[in-house]
Design a binder for this molecule. Structure first.
Ligand SMILES: Cc1cc2nc3c(=O)[nH]c(=O)nc-3n(C[C@H](O)[C@H](O)[C@H](O)COP(=O)(O)OP(=O)(O)OC[C@H]3O[C@@H](n4cnc5c(N)ncnc54)[C@H](O)[C@@H]3O)c2cc1C
Length: 445
């Protein structure tokens, strides 16, 4: 049953935007009750703005009624980011999917926040969006900015924040602000505050991005490891050889969990650059791996970017087994990747939970994906314990939680990062005194 103030706010929004933009039926609302995390929470209403004025009206009205507002892109979050876990109104941004401006020479483009990566990649023939976390291009630009998303190519191109020049956002008061570069350095601070804020400080309505040129040539390889830690050694060797890595991602226990048995780890490596460099690097890579007796093969793919779509296998297997996934994503110093992976292994076997660990040695990015049965209370409890254990071990290794995927419902507590929580909470109180913007995410109230 929808909450009374939320329904009143939704009715007011319907009278301004039109009835067809506000969804109140059970079936419609339940379509917005999940994301890729397996968590469920049903909104009281869903609203679908088509421009920045609509978004401003929605947020201002919700604030007056004290109703939570939860921005949503495509719902591919792995951490419950767009779910109304404290109730409220979900704002579906997908109708705001236009390309507002572009410059072919510099690769600058201004797009609405609901545009999907798939569509953005059609804007320039010779440039591309390297951050494509779900592999299929479904994530929206607003979602990527809110999560400061990473992807397999982040070792070369950085995370989403490295491609954003400016954003237009609606603050919790309904006020519209534009924070963009170039400008005085203080503008970077304001922009930095908004990037990665997970929908808790405002709703992005559009963004200025700079897309990098497509490399002349790309080549991808699949490498198999009977000992997962060899992948770390290999990465160091490849680096010393001067091979230009575009992306390198290792999947530990993938074969066992997803395919029912096989090598301890598989890795995908992509190199990119001028055709002649890629030729040279490919043969050097073969020599290096051959001397270590490590099986590898060039990936037989029309488009090298397809390779990264394989990561979807983990989520698909979870769905087909009717299991849920609990994702803990973190970043540690690259030389501590081995320790983080070991800790996840130990936690998985202690808690008797299947776990796939995806990691990116050059970046120091490690992501534990635990599979569990959401209908089994004991297993749910063990999964929570496993996630908490991995989080506290990451902190003790000097790492941070939430890199890449965002933090979402896992929330950062003062014992994990006192400085961040103190500053963030004070900024949040100032901008959003009623805590209406995506409550229950990123930090506790
Ligand atoms: C197979 C698979 C693999 C993945 N791998 C990765 C990975 O490697 N790295 C990674 O970073 N992520 C990964 N993800 C997660 C996901 O793709 C990203 O987090 C993505 O950024 C979410 O985009 P979205 O449009 O679906 O946003 P949603 O899931 O709808 O929302 C994500 C968050 O952004 C907020 N938000 C959405 N739109 C706005 C807006 N306009 N303004 C303000 N806040 C907004 C939401 O409130 C929520 O907190 C993966 C997902 C899948 C399914």
């Amino acid at each position: 049953m929808a909450e009374e103030p939320a329904v009143k706010a939704a009715e007011e929004i319907a009278s301004q935007l039109g009835e067809d933009r506000v969804l109140l039926e059970d079936l419609d609302r339940s379509a917005y009750s999940y994301d890729a995390s397996g968590i469920h929470a049903i909104p009281s209403a869903v609203v679908r703005p088509s421009d920045v004025e609509d978004v401003s009206f929605i947020v201002e009205a919700a604030n007056r009624y004290g109703v939570p507002v939860i921005p949503r892109g495509s719902g591919t979050s792995l951490v419950g980011g767009p779910l109304p876990i404290e109730g409220g109104i979900v704002v579906d941004m997908q109708m705001m999917n236009g390309i507002l401006d572009k410059d072919d020479y510099s690769g600058l483009v201004r797009v609405e926040a609901g545009l999907k990566v798939l569509e953005l990649n059609k804007v320039f023939p010779d440039r591309f969006m390297p951050i494509n976390p779900d592999g299929a291009g479904f994530s929206t630009i607003g979602g990527l900015i809110a999560e400061d998303a990473a992807s397999p190519l982040s070792a070369k191109y950085g995370t989403m924040k490295d491609l954003v020049i400016g954003v237009e956002a609606v603050l919790p008061s309904g006020e519209v602000v534009l924070v963009e570069q170039p400008g005085p350095p203080s503008k970077w601070n304001a922009l930095g505050l908004m990037l990665g804020s997970e929908g808790t400080l405002g709703i992005f309505t559009s963004a200025y991005l700079r897309l990098p040129p497509k490399p002349e040539s790309r080549r991808a390889f699949m490498i198999e490891f009977s000992d997962v830690y060899d992948s770390i050694t290999v990465q160091n060797t490849i680096e010393r050889e001067g091979i230009g890595i575009l992306g390198f991602e290792v999947y530990h226990n993938y074969r066992e969990v997803v395919e029912g048995g096989g090598m301890e780890a598989i890795a995908y490596l992509e190199m990119a650059g001028k055709e002649e460099c890629v030729d040279l690097w490919s043969s050097r890579l073969s020599e290096v791996l051959g001397s270590m007796e490590i099986h590898h093969e060039e990936a037989d793919l029309k488009d090298a970017s397809d390779i990264w779509i394989r990561r979807k296998g983990i989520y698909e297997i979870a769905r087909s087994r009717e299991s849920a996934i609990k994702v803990v994503s973190m970043r540690v110093h690259p030389h501590l990747v081995r320790d983080a992976v070991q800790e996840i292994d130990r936690t998985g076997s202690r808690m008797k939970l299947p776990v796939v660990t995806v990691f990116d040695p050059p970046l120091g990015w490690v992501m534990a994906i635990f599979l569990y049965d959401p209908t089994n209370e004991k297993e749910v409890e063990r999964t929570e314990k496993a996630a908490q254990n991995v989080i506290s071990r990451t902190i003790s290794l000097g790492g941070s939680v939430g890199f890449g995927t965002g933090v979402g419902v896992n929330r950062i507590t003062p014992d994990m990062d006192e400085g961040f929580v103190t500053i963030f909470s004070k900024v949040k109180e100032a901008l959003d005194p009623n805590w209406i913007m995506n409550p229950g995410k990123l930090v506790e109230r």
